[in-house]
Design a protein around this ligand. Structure first.
Ligand code: ATP
Length: 308
């Protein structure tokens, strides 16, 4: 049996460029791994089977579309294993379809768990390539820490960061579809008259003030630099998120932003006590399903337990 712990992510910067001819957007994406995470346990089995526990378990597909199952099959195919056998159990704490890359996290965890269970010893650069094949957020879940993602988000450069930052995540009822939020971002850009094509939107780049705030471990400077180009689109599709963001800043958060494509909202706090206070205020506000105080950065997917 092998258990892997894997972090969720928040994008402290999500710069979205124009629509490329292949339909994707160029991104300048600063990923930040937080302690809120899932656990994936691999045990020997017949075929690839799945189970899931946790408050959002009913929303997690248990068929071949699950990224953990796809990861197991991809790793097996890479090594020429004709008949891979594994049962993957997901202890799910990351909100589903919440903009925190929970499915990608489970894909990364399953790669690592199956690699250990099957004794394959796949080198990290190969695991990262397989991860990129699974989805653009999967490599970061393997790497963790803080990293700049370019292209569709899959070309990663680890970034220096000092100390620990304290976060609160407000979980909404129901998810938002990431492709729908990108489409809404394009629609809002068209509506504003600026246009949404590559020619209309400047290529996004990492904000030097944000990188300096991370390197210096300065939460006040990081709060001032947080930016998410998808936020307006997420709020447009789910207007109640404006109330959630407001409730967190009223409770003393240094800054509030939608996490990735939403609908989870992220709040940066000055320390652990402030984060606990903001989380309690958000839970009492009636503007979200629940709220978790957590911290980061933390490492990427790693084996936390093995037994024969
Ligand atoms: P991202 O931030 O990468 O855009 P997200 O956090 O918004 O993703 P996920 O939780 O990854 O969203 O789920 C998106 C969809 O992926 C779900 O609605 C579900 O159908 C599917 N999915 C596949 N595998 C998983 C998994 N292991 N856990 C959760 N959802 C999964």
């Amino acid at each position: 049996m092998v258990t892997v712990r894997v972090p969720a992510k928040v994008n402290v910067q999500l710069g979205v460029g124009g629509v490329r001819p292949d339909g994707y957007h160029d991104l300048a994406n600063v990923f930040f791994a937080v302690a809120l995470g899932d656990q994936v346990t691999a045990t020997p089995g017949e075929g690839v089977t799945l189970s899931c526990d946790g408050p959002d378990a009913a929303a997690v597909p248990l068929d071949d579309g699950n990224l953990a199952a796809r990861a197991a099959r991809l790793l097996a195919a890479h090594h020429g294993l004709a008949d891979p056998g594994v049962h993957l159990h997901i202890d799910k704490a990351i909100p589903v379809a919440g903009g925190m890359a929970g499915g990608s996290a489970d894909g990364a965890a399953a790669l690592l768990a199956c690699d250990a269970l099957w004794g394959l010893d796949t080198p990290l650069p190969v695991l990262l390539e397989l991860a990129a094949e699974l989805g653009s957020d999967v490599p970061f879940a393997l790497l963790g820490g803080v990293a700049l993602g370019r292209g569709r988000g899959e070309l990663l450069e680890p970034l220096p960061v000092a100390g620990t930052f304290h976060w609160v995540f407000a979980v909404a009822d129901g998810g938002l579809s990431t492709p729908a939020v990108f489409r809404e971002c394009d629609r809002l850009r068209e509506e504003s008259g600026l246009g949404s094509s590559l020619a209309d939107v400047p290529t996004p780049d990492a904000d030097p003030a944000l990188l300096a705030a991370l390197a210096e471990g300065d939460p006040v400077a990081l709060a001032a630099a947080l930016a998410n180009d998808l936020q307006a689109a997420a709020v447009s599709l789910r207007p109640s998120l404006a109330d959630t963001l407001h409730a967190g800043t009223e409770a003393g958060a240094l800054a509030a932003l939608v996490s990735g494509s939403g609908p989870t909202c992220a709040f940066l706090a000055k320390d652990a006590d402030a984060a606990a206070h903001v989380a309690a205020a958000l839970r009492a506000s009636g503007t979200c399903r629940t709220a978790h105080a957590t911290h980061g950065p933390v490492p990427g997917a790693r084996v936390v337990k093995t037994s024969a």
